[in-house]
Write a protein that binds this ligand. Structure first.
Ligand SMILES: *Cc1c(COP(=O)(O)O)cnc(C)c1O
Length: 364
């Protein structure tokens, strides 16, 4: 069986270094908000070329804390894509705001910037573009609308660590960037983890307070916050993985190039990309009109695949109360029926990838 994702290969390749780092943390006696976390924040700032980075518990919390830091809450609307992992919209709902879903671009699968302005109301506070599958959103156009209507931009860069747009790392282009270090993400740990980045010192300080029970000074609390921090063990592991991320993302891009032959096979289309480094291929999703049949066929040949995502968020049961109908966001709805993800990870072997390609070539 060739599986879609195999993170253990990444971690096994670094097992010796990781074990040494974990031992170090054990010996240090400091397990939360210690040296490793601070060093990781410093190193990640250098890597992303941004002033402030704050570790948090996971990517979902990063989004929640970002919204809270901008005082987005009850009565506010936040625009985002219906074609993303649920956590993006969940974060908006968790702070009491209302998600407003904007349809996607049929080629990039990212929020369609030309549709945003029509949905701006007096209540709109922010936009959360998601760099889906690792591909950078059209930030220039999104920024134009945001500036015109005084909206914040929170980038959901959970699937796109290290991806660049015009020389800037995604996540550092808007007001706040959010990342996840869930094991399957491009940069990940052996557990949960997340990060917030910002140029703005005031926002950074607010996030630091919020992640630690609304407290700046120990046992003195200014507001209701969260317990959301990155453990020292994960920070130590992430420091090691950070030195590998460019190599790993490069390997993903190489594999994406090799997969592009699939475009010539009957009925298939492949993802588009605007050039070097703008796509990190967190997932390599192709389209086929008979997607479900293709998946069964691949399964019968021992090839894993995945559906990202089977039901757009505006049609989820939990959001029935928002009143969206089938057909309201047609591109997202169509893509939910057509997309399937092929095996993609830095240590997918050439032989494995060739097997996947040959099996797709043979599909009629
Ligand atoms: C993974 C992911 C999240 C949530 O991250 P967690 O660390 O799992 O909480 C949010 N948004 C997107 C687009 C993601 O892929």
């Amino acid at each position: 069986m060739i599986s879609i994702i195999q993170v253990d290969r990444q971690f096994k390749s670094l097992k010796k270094e990781i074990l040494a780092a974990v031992e170090n943390v054990i010996d240090s006696g400091q397990y939360i908000l210690g040296v490793e976390g601070k060093q990781f924040e410093k190193e990640v700032c250098q890597y992303l070329n941004i002033a402030h980075a704050i570790n948090v518990g996971n990517g979902t919390d990063a989004l929640v804390l970002a919204l809270r830091a901008l005082d987005v809450g009850v009565g506010d609307e936040v625009m985002t894509t219906p074609f993303t992992f649920f956590a993006t919209a969940e974060a908006i709902s968790r702070v009491g705001a209302t998600p407003v879903f904007v349809d996607i671009d049929p080629k990039t699968y990212n929020i369609d910037p030309t549709l945003i302005e029509d949905k701006v109301t007096a209540r709109t506070k922010a936009i959360i573009p998601v760099h889906l599958f690792g591909q950078a959103c059209e930030m220039d156009k999104i920024k134009q609308v945001a500036t015109k209507h005084h909206l914040y931009i929170i980038e959901d860069a959970c699937q796109a660590f290290g991806v660049e747009l015009n020389g800037e790392k995604v996540g550092t282009i808007g007001d706040i960037g959010c990342y996840s270090f869930f094991p399957t993400k491009n940069l990940s740990s052996i557990g949960d983890g997340g990060l917030i980045v910002t140029k703005d010192e005031k926002i950074a300080n607010r996030v630091k307070k919020l992640r630690h029970h609304g407290s700046e000074k120990k046992y003195y609390h200014d507001e209701i916050g969260y317990n959301s921090r990155l453990d020292e063990i994960h920070a130590a592991i992430l420091r090691i993985c950070l030195t590998k991320i460019d190599e790993w993302n490069g390997l993903r891009v190489e594999k994406a190039k090799k997969y592009s032959v699939v475009e010539h096979f009957n009925g298939f289309s492949i993802p588009t990309s605007k050039g070097s480094k703008t796509h990190g291929y967190h997932l390599y999703c192709i389209e086929h009109p008979k997607r479900n049949e293709v998946i069964h066929y691949m399964e019968s040949k021992g090839i894993g695949s995945g559906i990202y995502y089977p039901l757009p968020l505006h049609l989820q049961k939990v959001y029935q109360k928002l009143g969206y109908q089938v057909g309201d966001l047609p591109i997202a709805e169509e893509k939910a029926k057509r997309l399937l993800a092929l095996p993609m990870h830095p240590y997918l072997t050439i032989a494995e990838q060739e097997a996947v390609i040959e099996i797709l070539r043979a599909y009629q």
